[in-house]
Design a protein around this ligand. Sequence first.
Ligand SMILES: Cc1ncc(COP(=O)(O)O)c(C=O)c1O
Length: 355
Amino acid sequence: MLGLLREIGTAPGQRFILGEHTRRFEDLLRESLGAADVVACGSGTSALGLVLTAMGVGPGDEVVVPAFGCAPLAASVVLRGATPVFADIHPRTMVADPDEMERRITARTKAIMPAHMFSVMADMPRFAAIARRWGVRLVEDSAVAQGATLDGVPAGLWGEAGVFSFVQVKSFGMPGEGGAVVTRDAEIGRRVRMLRNHGQDGIRRFVHHVVGHNSRFDEIQAAFQSRRLAGFPQRLERRAAIAAYYTERFAALSTRGVVPPPPGLNGRCYYVYAVLAQRREELEKHLLHRAIGSHAYYPLPLPRQAAFAPFTGPQDRWPNAERASAQALALPVYPHLTDAQVEYIADAVCEFAGK
Ligand SMILES: Cc1ncc(COP(=O)(O)O)c(C=O)c1O
């Protein structure tokens, strides 16, 4: 890293954003995915916004999003002047339920935006079929699923456009903010490229074709990520092995109030490993007592957040999202854990559940 800093800091061009390192990083990702384009940008949140804007989402439009997940899923829609419509999730995998999303489609729906959640990818073949059936756009929030594949297709390429996040906690996190739009549609790529840099086309400076944003990518981070890309599959493999071990150990706990994700390898991502625990606070304390960190992701469903409640109706209900918010607990799954640590964590959870 120090070498990269020196190299980029002392290069004659003094180019610190959107230079050759960013281009190379984008090319590496594009080639490894088989995408039409990859556009590195300021964050995963920004990537979602750029995609929605590139698709022309705006006032009067609705975008169906999962009721359980991170704030940018809804905020990116609201910030385009459109309305997020919240669909309930699958009770065990916690990803958006295709039937629920389809039920929420109206004449005003411009796009559906399923998100991969924790360790399970959304059912993208069904979402693709729903988007085709209703003639709506398909945005894939694959921010947490870089490196995952479903039926041989990489996460990010199921939708017309997908996104990655490189924020520190993600599987391919880095020391700073960053994200990418990945797409199999070259035209979306072209528009996003303009939108990320004030509507310029990359050929002539200070000529603005559209109203854009500042969502540019840092050269030092690009060089850093390009170096680390080669080791990414091994780190994902290690995460997968840890997740598989937990799932096997926890299989017998389902009837004892701790439900692991379903077993399997197809359509899996390993950003966060979350169980559903009926006595979540007690499990959290039990683990903490043994010096094991855990984290309750999303203590409120999105439509129950003060920020997004104005976009809901009085009769709206999301029972599975409510349950996930009350029960989901993430366990350590990072690749540097030793086998002994993984076993210690699994033992502690099993001990809690009385197994
Ligand atoms: C599903 C999902 N979408 C979008 C984002 C936004 O990514 P970022 O934090 O890079 O803005 C995140 C992570 O924070 C996420 O988990």
